[in-house]
Write a protein that binds this ligand. Sequence first.
Ligand code: HXC
Length: 259
Amino acid sequence: TDYANILVEQRGAVTLVTLNRPQSLNALNSDVLADLSSAFGKYDKDDSQRCLVLTGSGEKAFAAGADIKQMADMAAADFFLQDFFAGWQTGVVATRKPWIAAVNGFALGGGCELAMMADFIYAADTAKFGQPEIKLGVAPGMGGSQRLTRAIGKAKAMEMCLTGRMMDAAEAERSGLVAKVVPLASLLEETLKTAELIASMPPMAAMVNKEMVNAAFETNLAQGILTERRLFQILTATEDKAEGMVAFIEKRPGVWKGR
Ligand code: HXC
């Protein structure tokens, strides 16, 4: 498929999406969002695709933020009337199937926020995370103040938002922002390997596991545990549950139907 701002490639059951505006360090404008929304929407609907990896082109940046050049001349009324940034929720966050961000360099502002929309982040040892919006006279607008705080806690999130400083990959892993740090040269290979593992799982179970973990951010404990139990009970009605348990007992790999 042809997009102006991203590259999309299917590798077996894994969709690889690469942000591809290296001249602006993969800054995120409305056209990038439109491309990503289309690619993520197609991924979600394509039964042959079971995990997605999002990364940035080049060795320098995952994404250096929302496109400052696009926003510089916009008035407050424009942001409000367009409900600017709302499309990230419907176009990217609403994806029901699993996806991983492979952060290969700067993930700043909207770039950090986009990475945090992923189900989890693998980071290159060269990655740098930050919410530097305060230095532009603004603040995070794509979920950073909320997702960063949930990921790393108030102390570090507040410090990062108020100073605009960058956090390196080691600190990001220590703080719980990223699942794993790997050398830049092997980032894509490592992330694709994990994506292939996820892609080999029963697909409905993958979607439900994702929904369950996300529910932990939306509910109190009692409601979350009830949600988990109900979703678990629904999964037991799938053909893949029957197959998975029989396959275990017969000591062979399961063959999934995806239903
Ligand atoms: C548009 C950007 C950009 C961005 C970099 N570029 N970030 N263009 N939007 N967010 C462009 C630069 O203008 C430059 O283009 C080219 O990419 C290379 O960047 P340099 O600055 O020359 O590279 P370097 O000196 O290595 O510095 C890298 C950097 C720096 C530290 C990542 O680019 C930087 O600080 N970028 C901005 C980071 C940021 O503030 N992000 C948050 C954005 S606000 P030219 O044409 O000059 O060569 C946001 C949401 C806020 O995300 C909501 C507001 C309403």
